[in-house]
Design a binder for this molecule. Structure first.
Ligand SMILES: [Zn+2]
Length: 426
């Protein structure tokens, strides 16, 4: 099978692009150039002068299956990813049952093989059933394809458990990925502790609830030599301790979500669940520190934390609704519109943080436009404006505060291993 994507542009450096066609053969990129003879190809796609990038890589999504298929399924969640230009996603293990044994992990992978339209790498938990102190059998789970280990959704509450898990992960050469949240510092909080929480009369979540556990883990990572990856960094103090740890030579990497880069607590208009996420939207200085952290390399990549929920449960107040917002279908457009169009980030940086780096830090053979690499590609209409419309979402979740926002960079096509996984049509 020979496929041609004609009439596209690829990023060269900064915001510069050059005309390019992509020749795909046997699922791989065979050549990147211009003037390929159309008649020799089995199928030809017209990129219409728009931007072709490597397929985006999202190291943090919730696909909710098995256990919560009313919120999302592997089929819907990966279609949503493809519609967002993502070709590889890493799925969190807060499922029911939690894939904490090889047998349970295999069942998740069987469903992924059957239903997924993009590459899915499944995380395994750090401890049995996420909440216990009992460690999983890492080796058995790795044999079954565990991507890395995380209890995302909750923090690991005791240092001893984290230490032993890190030691084991270091031995197995796998990353330990952490949602950091010290529950003894939670005090029932549902949004960032600040002026807006007071105005809305809601209990606040302190910044140290996150940052103090990161500080603990960084020292444990130093002691064990593990690759420690911090999920959804949200506070300026977290950025500072990660920056210091990198300077000290500790093997730490970190991600930030689009919503934490764009929104702050003061943007929350009312006590409504679509604005509730964990970690919460923080203050202005926190947002600035996150942007600075990306720019100076303290934060390595952007990840969505795509967290779909049922419409009814998310339409309640802050105290009543679950944490999380959907992100797969809006991430690139939001980042492109708010940072590239405004000149704060270059296109090259965004591609780096959304494709190249997430693959690189986890040692994945994807994320770049390279001859011989899997033909995982996305085509974005960076010149056209559209409106974020939840009725167009392929995700089962509609819960996002970005509905109605005007954005550029809609995804026209997404290819996974040379096959079309999303096509916008006319
Ligand atoms: Zn989390």
């Amino acid at each position: 099978m020979k496929t041609l994507i004609k009439n596209g542009r690829i990023n060269t450096r900064n915001n510069e692009t050059t005309a390019a066609e992509i020749w795909i053969e046997a699922g791989k990129i065979k050549a990147i150039g211009t003037g390929f003879p159309e008649a020799e190809f089995d199928e030809v796609f017209d990129a219409k002068g728009q931007l072709i990038t490597p397929g985006l890589v999202d190291v943090h999504v919730h696909l909710r299956e098995p256990g919560f298929t009313y919120k999302e399924t592997i089929a819907a969640g990966t279609k949503a990813a493809a519609r967002g230009g993502f070709t590889t996603v890493c799925a969190m293990p807060n499922l029911d049952p939690v894939p904490d044994t090889a047998e349970k992990l295999k069942q998740v992978y069987d469903r992924i093989k059957q239903d997924a339209v993009v590459n899915v790498l499944q995380y395994a938990p750090i401890t049995k059933n996420l909440r216990s102190e009992e460690l999983v059998d890492q080796e058995a789970l790795i044999e079954e394809g565990a991507f890395a280990f995380t209890n995302d959704g909750v923090g690991v509450q005791t240092a001893g458990t984290m230490y032993l898990a890190m030691k084991e992960a270091a031995k197995n050469n796998k990353a330990l990925v952490a949602h950091t949240e010290d529950e003894s510092l939670l005090f029932g909080g549902v949004m960032h502790e600040g002026k807006r929480a007071k105005e809305l009369g809601l209990p606040g979540i302190l910044s140290v609830t996150e940052s103090s556990q990161i500080a603990r883990d960084l020292l444990l990572a130093e002691a064990t030599g593990v690759h420690y990856h911090v999920c959804h960094v949200s506070t300026k103090e977290s950025v500072r301790v990660i920056r210091d740890a990198k300077k000290a030579g500790i093997h730490v990497t970190a991600e930030v979500s689009p919503h934490h880069l764009i929104l702050i607590d003061e943007d929350i208009p009312e006590d409504f669940g679509f604005w509730k996420m964990n970690p919460p939207l923080r203050g202005k200085e926190d947002r600035e520190a996150l942007i600075e952290g990306l720019l100076d390399g303290t934060i390595d990549c952007i990840a969505t934390d795509h967290a779909p929920h049922g419409l009814e449960e998310k339409s309640r107040s802050f105290l009543q609704s679950p944490f999380g917002i959907v992100g797969s279908e809006t991430a690139f457009q939001l980042i492109y519109t708010h940072f590239v169009e405004t000149g704060r980030f270059t296109l090259e940086q965004v591609i780096d943080w959304m494709a190249v780096k997430p693959a690189e830090i986890f040692g994945l053979d994807v994320g770049t436009l390279r001859i011989g690499a899997p033909a995982d590609l996305a085509v974005f209409a960076t010149a056209h404006e559209s409106v974020i419309d939840k009725d167009e979402f392929l995700s089962k979740g509609e819960n996002t505060p970005f509905v109605g926002w005007k954005v550029k960079g809609e995804t026209l096509m997404t290819f996974v291993n040379g096959k079309i996984a999303w096509f916008k049509g006319e």
